[in-house]
Structures are given as C-alpha cells and as structure tokens.
Design a binder for this molecule. Structure first.
Ligand code: FCA
Length: 341
C-alpha cells in the first residue's frame, strides 16, 4: 500500500502489528512527486477501544478524515507499552500529529517527550495529562469535558427525581461509584456529591463505592460490597463518572433485589447506555448526560489537521458540555447529534 490515492483512508493497527509496522511495513509514498501529494497523517489513540464512547470518537474522527482529506490511523492503546510502540509506528509511517486519550494520565511526561522526539504534534482528549508534580500538564493541548459542572447537573437531576418520587432526604441515600485516580472522573463525582449535599441529603447518607477498574465489573463489585454494609437503605440515588460506572451499580442493585421502584441512576457519556434505555421495561437507569462525541472525535482532528497544515494552533484548553437524555428523548437527541441514524 504505497500509493495513498484515495482522498482519505483509515487504518486500525492491532497491537501485535504495531512493532511490525514500525520496522517492516511502510505506507509512505516513495519519491519526491509522491511526497508532495502525500496526505497529512494523524494518529488517534484511545485507552478503551471496546467502549462505545471511544468507538464514536473514532467514527467522528473518520468523518473528519473524509471531509478534510487526511489519513487517520486508529490505535487502541490499552497500556503504556502500546502507547509508546504506537508513537514509534506513527512516526515510521510519517504521521505528523497525535490525538490521544491515554490509558494512564501519569504517562503524560513520557508521551509528551516521545511525541516531541518523533515530530508529532500532540492533543490530549478526554483525560488530561498529569505531570511529575502531580498537577495537570497545562502546556499540552487538551480538549475535555466541563467535568465538575456536568457532575453537578447529574446531582441536581437526581435530587429532582427524588422529589418527583416523593422520597425524602431522610429515607434516601446516594451511591456514587468513584475512580479518583483519574482527575476528570473525580471532578465529575465530586460535583455530583456537592449538588446532592446542597439538595439536602445528609452527609451520612452519601456513600462512595471506589472502583478498582473503570468498567462495569469494577462498578458492580464496588456496589455489591457497599450493599452488604448498607442493607437498610430504603431508596438509592446512583451516579458515577460515566455510563459503565453506573450500569454496574444498577446491576448490583438488581442483584440485591432493588429495581426502578427504589433506585434511580444517571450516567455520563450517553453513548454506552443506549441498549439499557431501549430495554422494554425501564430499569433504575433513568438517563445520562450525553457528551459530544463529535467534538471529541471530529473537532480534535480538525484542530490537529489545521495546526499541521495551516499552522493554526488550537486553544490550549477546550471544554465541552453535556445534555440530559432519558427514555423520553434519547432517540431524538441521538439522531440530532449524529450518534444514531
Ligand atoms: C473519560 C471516560 C470516558 C468518557 C470521556 C469523556 O475518558 O473514561 O468514558 O467519559 O472521559
């Protein structure tokens, strides 16, 4: 494949092929003439390629590649080794930019150094890099969500649902699955707890369930443990840093015999809960703050492309918002946002 004749094309590099791509295979066109027509190549790495959220980011990144005429290489980088090998392989194929949601934000300094050495411009998406001093690396370009604000909206929505059901702060407790090692996750759940406390839920009824892994099993296990200790709670308000952190909690509640009559849950992403909202019988999963996968997938690529081609540097820090979807409106909103047909 040494003639990138199509206007664009995308490639998914399986982990095992990365090293090969780095030494053997080359997509770079040979000769001067070919070089002049070579399209810009960008890499888009994500930490959890199996999550619908990241698949949608990739889908919108593909759209940007089609619209703007660059070449996109998608890499599922689930650990630090894969990230570093991926950067090598991108450099070997002549890529000029990398958009990345890193599997570990503390890899920030290593990623930034390696990208610089490889001549790749860098844009962190979703999860902001953390420096050696434990603080966000604000010198690395970043597009993420307004995490605290979105978390507060989740808390306010849950408080509203409590009132609608006629539950009182005295007979209601909050279960929040937490993943504090990730700053954007901590900001979201702290925001939700702040709003719920402000709505009158007593401090002693706010329960954190720390997740060991940021996925459905991690959330399920955390909440199963919590429920063995808090069996006497009447009603539950449930939240977490994303849809999966809430879906596992809903399944754990069901395991303890608690359904939609005694629990109400709100997620974040809006992309990983569609099957749940489509279930004919409502579960406790009431809705989700839908984030803009298009901004995170399409706009990040567009920023990177213009930076490389036209020298237009993107803002150092961009934040996106969320909108509540529920069973009542999710089909329409997902259609409007191009998430679904
Ligand atoms: C983090 C989460 C994702 C998504 C994204 C915006 O990376 O892990 O699920 O919420 O932020």
């Amino acid at each position: 494949m040494n003639h990138p004749t199509p206007r664009f094309f995308t490639t998914i590099i399986p982990a095992a092929a990365l090293l090969l791509a780095g030494c053997g295979r080359s997509d770079a066109p040979a000769g001067k003439a070919a070089k002049e027509t070579a399209p810009v190549t960008l890499g888009f790495m994500v930490k959890q390629p199996e999550e619908p959220w990241f698949q949608l980011e990739w889908k919108f990144a593909d759209q940007a590649a089609t619209d703007l005429g660059f070449r996109l290489i998608r890499i599922g980088a689930t650990d630090g080794e894969k990230v570093l090998a991926g950067i090598d392989s991108l450099a070997a194929t002549g890529a000029k930019g990398l958009v990345i949601c890193t599997p570990d934000t503390r890899l920030g300094p290593a990623i930034a150094a390696k990208a610089k050495a490889a001549g790749l411009k860098l844009l962190a998406v979703d999860d902001q890099f953390i420096g050696a001093d434990g603080r966000p690396m604000t010198a690395v370009h970043y597009l993420g969500i307004s995490a605290a604000k979105i978390g507060e909206s989740v808390g306010q929505t849950l408080a509203g649902e409590m009132k609608k059901r006629g539950w009182t702060p005295a007979d209601t407790a909050v279960c929040v699955t937490t993943f504090d090692e990730l700053a954007t996750a901590r900001e979201r759940t702290d925001g939700a707890l702040r709003a719920l406390a402000a709505a009158g839920i007593p401090e002693k009824n706010l329960f954190r369930a720390p997740m060991r892994t940021p996925d459905i099993p991690g959330s399920f296990d955390a909440v199963t443990t919590l429920l063995t200790r808090q069996g006497s709670v009447r009603n539950w308000l449930v939240c977490g840093f994303n849809d999966n952190a809430v879906l596992g909690a809903v399944r754990a509640l069901e395991g303890a015999g608690i359904g939609a009559d005694r629990a109400v849950a709100i997620g974040i992403n809006g992309t990983d809960c569609i099957v749940e909202l489509e279930k004919p019988k409502p579960t406790a999963f009431h809705g989700s703050m839908l984030l803009s996968a298009k901004d995170h997938g399409y706009r990040t690529c567009e920023m990177m492309f213009r930076w490389i081609r036209d020298g237009v540097e993107p803002p150092l820090d961009s934040r996106t918002t969320g909108v509540l979807i529920t069973r009542d409106n999710f089909r329409q909103v997902l259609r409007e946002q191009g998430v679904r047909e």
